[in-house]
Design a protein around this ligand. Structure first.
Ligand code: NAP
Length: 245
């Protein structure tokens, strides 16, 4: 893995799952990682583990529903390490329900976190990238937006909005910034723990135990995209269990 050592990488949603695995892997490859999520105890523990293993990491409690929190995360990266090379919009949530159940509060939360939170991340990182003349945005999307199925309509909608925005941003970047979208399939994380419908939660947990891939598999894909030479933009990666429909 070339081109990762020394890069400053800010990542949201690092207190578990894909974000945590990505932070660990990138730090082990020599990146300076700037960690954001809401649970301070987990952030502190992760920074401790990374620094104990010889890596460089700092954290700031961040709620991506708050635009200022993202701006502060990017500023913190720049004041601590002098620049920002990569911003990874990873934090996300899922509520599954039929659309005619009208779980409007859940819809709004997914829009606030998955869509607006990602836009706030982009809005925080781009001014720094403009000044530097370079930068890399990585958005963690989902295969839910590729194979559309019942119960995931609004979740998939938020993820596909990010897919659309990523492609427009890529075209607008004038060859200066790299934009990558990574769509994981089923990954073994705490993602299902948020599900309110207990029957659905048990079913998905069972399926996850049988077929899900590891968060490290997604972290490896993230590292691959960052490691490419600056003139190589890996646009889209879909990475799912071999047995996933
Ligand atoms: N697991 C899968 O099968 C799967 C499949 C496709 C796509 N994805 C996507 O992968 C990404 C990571 O999910 P995961 O599977 O690793 O789930 P996870 O283990 O539940 O991790 C989600 C992370 O997002 C953070 N988060 C949630 N709301 C936040 C907020 N308002 N502000 C800041 N951080 C917030 C959580 O931290 P705090 O609670 O501490 O804030 C946590 O660190 C998500 O975007 C998800 O949509 C997952």
């Amino acid at each position: 893995m070339q081109n990762i050592k020394g890069k400053v990488v800010a990542i949201t949603g690092v207190s578990s799952g894909i974000g945590q695995a990505t932070a660990r892997m990138l730090a082990a490859l020599g990146a300076k990682v700037v960690l954001g999520a809401r649970r301070a105890d987990r952030l502190e523990a992760l920074v401790h583990q990374i620094t104990k293993a010889g890596g460089e990491a700092v954290y700031q409690v961040t709620d991506i529903k708050q635009r200022n929190d993202l701006t502060r995360l990017v500023s913190f990266a720049c004041t601590t390490f002098g620049r920002l090379d990569v911003f990874i919009n990873n934090a996300g949530i899922s509520h599954l329900s039929r659309i005619d159940e009208l779980q409007v509060d859940d819809w709004e939360e997914m829009i606030d976190v998955n869509l607006k939170g990602t836009l706030y991340g982009i809005a925080a990182a781009l001014p720094v990238f403009k000044v530097q003349g370079s930068g890399h945005i990585i958005n963690i999307i989902s295969t839910s937006g590729i194979k559309i199925v019942p119960l995931q309509g609004v979740y998939a909608g938020t993820k596909n909005a990010v897919r659309t925005i990523s492609e427009a941003l890529r075209q607008e970047s004038g060859g200066k910034y790299r934009i990558t979208s990574i769509s994981p399939g089923m990954v073994r994380t705490e993602f299902v723990d948020n599900l309110k419908n207990l029957e659905m939660k048990d079913n998905i947990k069972q399926k996850m135990e049988q077929m899900a891939i590891s968060p490290d598999d997604i972290a490896g894909a993230v590292a691959y995209t960052i490691s490419q030479p600056h003139n190589v933009d890996v646009g889209d990666i879909v990475i799912r269990p071999t047995v996933q429909d």
